[in-house]
Design a protein around this ligand. Structure first.
Ligand SMILES: [Zn+2]
Ligand SMILES: [Zn+2]
Length: 279
């Protein structure tokens, strides 16, 4: 009999992620055998000291993580994004800059991430467009969800602001959405600072980041804007991104930016433009 590791669909992971509608949808792979402990019911009964105790079977861990994945709301176009795929693409193109971002930036950060703590450091991936920052971000989320069972949420910065603005304009101040974003254990903001950001939008982003800062929650982000560097200090982050003279601080405001600097490690993702390969 062919083992799960030989499964061509999931490569032994037990789940697959595919685009469906506008979301990247996860489901159990068909190679999973019926659980011998609970026979698929998800509940097991054990007798301790003569007392029968019924609880969830440990085979339910993967379905629980699939639920977490759906809570994350990752868009369909990133369904195939994995760290392994980023790694493979980087090697295929012999791209030392990108390899360094992964090996010296992202991997050590993931290793240091402790799912049992709530005050893990965040991560900001910055660099020019088309270098695979979003791919890397989604790969990280996938790892956090499926390897560690962490509850995460993905938001596209401009889409989020659009949603909030629409609800406010209809007279429905969205405290529920803001509360969710403030409280989710890991929030991943894609394209932070993109587009024309109004004062009202800055105030919203400031509220989300401030609440996360105070609650010591982990925030991840990608941005096309370079971090601002304190005057007089030489820093590896002092890179000019595209032709844009604006920094991340210019885009999101001093307060948000200085909180991000306290909460997050900054990793530059440069190297080759891989858009045709890594959506
Ligand atoms: Zn499979
Ligand atoms: Zn079971």
């Amino acid at each position: 009999m062919k083992g799960r590791d030989g499964c061509p669909r999931c490569q032994g992971a037990g789940y697959v992620i595919e685009p469906e509608g506008d979301r990247a949808v996860a489901r159990l792979c068909t190679c999973l055998p019926v659980c011998p402990r609970c026979h698929g019911s998800g509940r097991v009964t054990v007798v301790r000291g003569g007392v029968p105790l019924t609880g969830r079977c440990r085979c339910q861990q993967l379905p629980d993580r699939i639920e977490h994945w759906h809570f994350a709301q990752v868009p369909a176009r990133h369904a195939q994004a994995t760290l392994h795929g980023f790694f493979a693409g980087t090697f295929q193109h012999d791209d030392p800059v990108k390899r360094r971002a992964l090996l010296e930036g992202v991997n050590p950060w993931l290793e240091a991430f402790d799912p049992a703590r709530r005050d893990n450091r965040g991560l900001v991936l910055h660099g020019p467009v088309g270098r695979g920052k979003t791919h890397l971000l989604v790969g990280i989320l996938r790892e956090l969800v499926f390897a560690h069972g962490v509850v995460v949420r993905f938001v596209e910065f401009s889409r989020l602001l659009g949603q909030l603005k629409e609800r406010y304009s209809r007279g429905q101040g969205d405290t529920q959405l803001l509360g969710e974003l403030a409280e989710v254990p890991v929030l991943a903001i894609d394209e932070l600072g993109k587009g024309r950001v109004t004062d009202w939008e800055l105030a919203i982003i400031d509220e989300v980041i401030s609440r996360r800062y105070n609650a010591m929650r982990t925030t991840l982000a990608t941005t096309n804007y370079a971090p601002r560097v304190a005057s007089g200090i030489r820093d590896v982050n002092l890179a000019v991104v595209d032709e844009s003279p604006q920094t991340l601080g210019d885009r999101v405001g001093d307060r948000v930016f200085s909180r991000l600097r306290e909460m997050c490690s900054f990793v530059e993702v440069g190297g080759l433009d891989m858009r045709p390969l890594l959506g």
